[in-house]
Ligand binder design. Sequence first.
Ligand code: HEC
Ligand code: HEC
Ligand code: HEC
Ligand code: HEC
Ligand code: HEC
Ligand code: HEC
Ligand code: HEC
Length: 403
Amino acid sequence: MKKAVFRLTLALLAILFVSCNNKSEEYIDPRGTDYAGSESCIQCHKVQSEMAFKSSHFKATAPAILGNVSGDFDSKNHTFIYDKDTKLVMEKDGDSLYQVLYKNGKETARYKFEIVFGTKHAQTSVYWKNNNTYELPVSFYHSINNWATSPGFPADKPYFDRMVVKDCYACHSSNISSRALNQSSADRNFMSMEVEDVVDKKTIVYGIDCERCHGPAKKHVEFHLKNPNVKVANNITSFKTLSREQKLDACALCHAGNDGMKLKSRFDFKPGDHLSDYFRETRSINDTTQFDVHGNQFRLMAQSKCFANSQKMDCITCHNPHENASKSMASYSKICMSCHQGLQHNETTLKIMPEKLMASNCIECHMPKKSSNAISFQLSNSKQLSNYILRTHKIGIYPNAKK
Ligand code: HEC
Ligand code: HEC
Ligand code: HEC
Ligand code: HEC
Ligand code: HEC
Ligand code: HEC
Ligand code: HEC
């Protein structure tokens, strides 16, 4: 009898094992069966895929494995000093990275880097605790090539209790948690401290992937695999057919600040949707608010005459959605001049810069770099706040921009 039970168990285990194995061959997207995953796009869209996989969008969140984490872990620049007895050290242990707290030379706690946010200007990281993620108190900043306090964190004592709410992931990832949880009232009201969602690690789709911008594409993939001779796109929203407002909304979803009253989760947004169904607009069109240069490219751009009077400028006018922002200022100037032909600057301006040089420097004067008021940081042993600097998207006349 016992033998029979044993054999049966073995047989069941074998079946389970085989079926698990079969499953792992087929990609299952945490968002559901409508999604195909970015890997599936490469075979037909090599150009877009190769660009996009390298972009900041795809790296907006990533698992904190060695190659993904910026910063120094083992030479001089890996210690943040809070006071003479307290320091935080960035340490590598095998393949894992930690922020280790020392009091009077003794280790008192260690927090593992689990997920990183950002690559371009700064990178902040989170650790897991009780099925939620918490921000590590020290972040890496490329402008100083060093560690400093995470935005809003104190420089005189370590702080480990800031939960990174789902809202951060809604702009920095393609999925987290279940859909049902996304629509919970907690998600709608992220400012309230009652956010107690339990985050399921397995449901995270890191970064902003193809289907985050293009919508679920499983049917599109299946159709074109079955019909290789059809060259017209099926079962996918074409940006070409969208109105200007719809195109802008697809970027403004994450590039228009975070102060709107939320009606629906950002995760539910699909291209073609209207942002006004997701956020209750509290601002009038003629708003003169000074928007922050961080995370609010849309509203700043919307305040410029180029945007309002051209009736056609959108984000794609200057950016390839699959590529990082170009670093060539001359390439943007060409775009400016496509609308501003035969332009004449006055004598005073031409004294600052001769016309020849102007032709490739429109950006320096008309989209100058500005400090963010929302983000600042402090270096170890410093009382001074350092500024986070980005270019403004409010194209305009800034008489003091280039002197
Ligand atoms: C088996 C081939 C195949 C696969 C796989 C595939 N596509 Fe396509 N896709 C096409 C074809 C064919 C077109 C139409 C020609 C073109 O625009 O390249 C197209 C067009 C598109 C367009 C442009 C639509 C338009 O009209 O503007 C988008 C966006 C797109 N695909 C997204 C994706 C995404 C995202 C994936 C992966 C999830 C994907 N495709 C996977 C074949 C494929
Ligand atoms: C789901 C949210 C989301 C959407 C939708 C989105 N972005 Fe972004 N975008 C981000 C985040 C987050 C970053 C910062 C990524 C980082 O550096 O880690 C970013 C970065 C960028 C950058 C800077 C990249 C670099 O390194 O130079 C550009 C340019 C950009 N986005 C343009 C666009 C455009 C254009 C659209 C619409 C077609 C768009 N974004 C849609 C979230 C989004
Ligand atoms: C940040 C949002 C965003 C991401 C991420 C993104 N796309 Fe796009 N994609 C767009 C937009 C916007 C357009 C329309 C561009 C235009 O009209 O010039 C577009 C256009 C396309 C087209 C039509 C041809 C073209 O290049 O204009 C294809 C094909 C495509 N995307 C495939 C992909 C694939 C595959 C991925 C992932 C590897 C991807 N996209 C990731 C926003 C995005
Ligand atoms: C409304 C969308 C939105 C939300 C919510 C949001 N971010 Fe961002 N974040 C962005 C965009 C867009 C950028 C890049 C462009 C910029 O700085 O203007 C960015 C940039 C960053 C960067 C710098 C990335 C780089 O490559 O330089 C970090 C780090 C970051 N965010 C972390 C977070 C964290 C942590 C949270 C939650 C507390 C959060 N963000 C919430 C949209 C958002
Ligand atoms: C799609 C067309 C278009 C593009 C691209 C464009 N502009 Fe404009 N721009 C306009 C229009 C239209 C006006 C308003 C002219 C008017 O009403 O007199 C304008 C106005 C301006 C003004 C006057 C602003 C003011 O507040 O008085 C400046 C400066 C300017 N543009 C610079 C630039 C620069 C620099 C670029 C490139 C970064 C650029 N524009 C790109 C269409 C465009
Ligand atoms: C008239 C041209 C123009 C338009 C239109 C435009 N951008 Fe940009 N964008 C730029 C320039 C120039 C930069 C700065 C590149 C640099 O300094 O390396 C930039 C940088 C960015 C960055 C990176 C920020 C940073 O400093 O690293 C983001 C994010 C971005 N743009 C998003 C958007 C979004 C979203 C839209 C539409 C709402 C948009 N842009 C429309 C010209 C433009
Ligand atoms: C050295 C800084 C500087 C550079 C570079 C520069 N501008 Fe200007 N621009 C100004 C200033 C200052 C004004 C206002 C006084 C004037 O018209 O000369 C101005 C005015 C303008 C106006 C408004 C003119 C009007 O009649 O209302 C436009 C449009 C403009 N610039 C576009 C551009 C474009 C396009 C480029 C690149 C080819 C460019 N600017 C390069 C500083 C600059």
